[in-house]
Design a protein around this ligand. Structure first.
Ligand code: NAD
Length: 383
């Protein structure tokens, strides 16, 4: 089965879920065919019946460094669906880390089970032993269905875990900073200068990232139009930043210069593209394009789209700080560099006449290929 975008979110949270026919076909093609399709290095499957643990860790690529990616706990319909999800997610992490200029590879893990399971310690300690068995080739973190408390259980068994309580903390402010900086880079290309003062920005979702993004935009003098299904979240940005509230369904057609999706995946689709009036799309949500072809349609329509995994890399930069021992200032500096990354993506897209999501992929692939070529030339360590 051809996995689609390299975004770091899953099929279950915005992208297209593989059909049963596709899954059956994947099985028919064979396990190594599936793993080899996108050149994954390693897939590890671990079972601990007594602990109630069934986990899969996928390592896509470690050319740039150890594979880092969160642990997702989800009640998959079947084991193959879990395998396809972890393959897709781990590949997304390779691209995200490479483009963000981090010395990390791409990996991810899934635990098959009820994310609300009460008896968590045995499950997550078993997962910790699984992670430890890979001797640092894979570093895990929190993801959908897991919490900082679960990471503490994992930490009982391995040091290869980030996002522990009292360490790098909430990634949202760093993610918002990166989105803000990426949005400014888009403005520079689309409007000729990177100031957002006086521009109208629609923000979908005033949650963790959306709130901090609104704060940056307000401080720069942008006008805000905001929607959220949670009225309290909307009220807060209306009161603090003078945002104008609209109903969730009205956010797409609002009169604005920039759209910042900060809630859901797949919001750039056949229904929304025709009503969007904006020149720029730059937001934190994962898997914003319902299908890759929607990125091509934006390109044809002249909309400047900041590829999601490039512009929302601040969260990964934040946890990478734990691996590297970075200060918060260093993380902020790195997240600010998303400005330059987006400029490079937009330049390549313009030079080659391609959609920006394709340009982002090419830059990530180029960095990995160059690092791989250097590694290949380095003489092997003598025994
Ligand atoms: P969050 O849950 O705090 O906020 C999301 C907000 O969207 C919530 O307030 C929710 O009520 C709202 N929402 C849900 N459906 C909506 C709809 N139909 N219309 C309008 N609003 C709706 O999540 P977050 O941490 O702010 O992350 C936002 C997005 O960015 C997510 O897609 C997440 O995967 C992605 N992301 C987050 C980070 C991070 O550091 N938190 C990093 C990378 C990517």
């Amino acid at each position: 089965m051809k996995a689609r975008a390299k975004s770091s979110d899953s099929s279950l949270h915005g992208g297209s879920t593989p059909s049963r026919a596709e899954i059956t076909k994947s099985l028919d093609d064979g396990l190594f065919e599936l793993i080899g399709e996108h050149r994954h290095e390693q897939v590890s499957v671990w079972s601990d019946v007594d602990a109630g643990y069934r986990g899969v860790i996928a390592i896509h690529n470690t050319t740039l460094g150890p594979a880092l990616g969160g642990t997702r706990m989800w009640q998959y319909e079947n084991d193959l669906e879990a395998l396809i999800d972890v393959l897709r997610l781990s590949r997304g992490m390779t691209y995200k880390a490479a483009l963000a200029g981090l010395n990390l590879g791409g990996g991810k893990s899934v635990i098959v089970g009820d994310p609300n399971a009460k008896r968590r310690e045995p499950i997550f300690r078993a997962h910790g032993r699984h992670v430890q068995s890979l001797c640092g080739r894979y570093i895990t973190a929190e993801d959908v269905g897991t919490s900082p408390g679960d990471m503490e259980f994992i930490h009982q068994e391995t040091d290869h875990v980030v996002g522990l309580a009292g360490r790098s903390g909430d990634p949202s402010p760093v993610t918002a900073l990166g989105v803000y900086r990426g949005m400014k880079a888009c403005a520079k290309v689309a409007f000729g200068k990177d100031s957002l003062g006086g521009k109208t920005v629609t923000v979908q979702g005033a949650g963790h990232v959306g709130y901090y993004l609104c704060k940056h935009l307000h401080e720069e003098g942008a006008k805000l139009i905001v929607s959220d299904i949670d009225n309290d979240k909307v009220k807060r940005v209306v009161e603090e930043f003078g945002a104008v509230a609209v109903a969730p369904r009205d956010i797409y057609g609002a009169d604005a210069d920039i759209f910042a999706p900060c809630a859901l995946g797949a919001v750039i689709n056949d229904d929304t593209i025709p009503v969007l009036k904006v020149s720029i799309i730059a937001g934190a949500a994962n898997n914003q394009l319902e299908h890759e072809r929607h990125g091509d349609i934006l390109h044809e329509r002249g909309v400047t789209y900041a590829p999601d995994y490039a512009v929302n890399a601040g969260g990964l930069i934040n946890v990478n700080a734990e691996v590297e021992g970075w200060s918060l200032e260093r993380s902020h500096k790195k997240a600010s560099e998303i400005y330059d990354t987006i400029l490079r993506v937009l330049q390549l897209a313009s030079d080659q006449g391609i959609a920006t999501y394709r340009a982002a992929d090419r830059l990530a692939e180029q960095r990995i290929a160059e690092a791989g070529a250097k590694k290949a030339k380095t003489p092997k360590k003598r025994k």
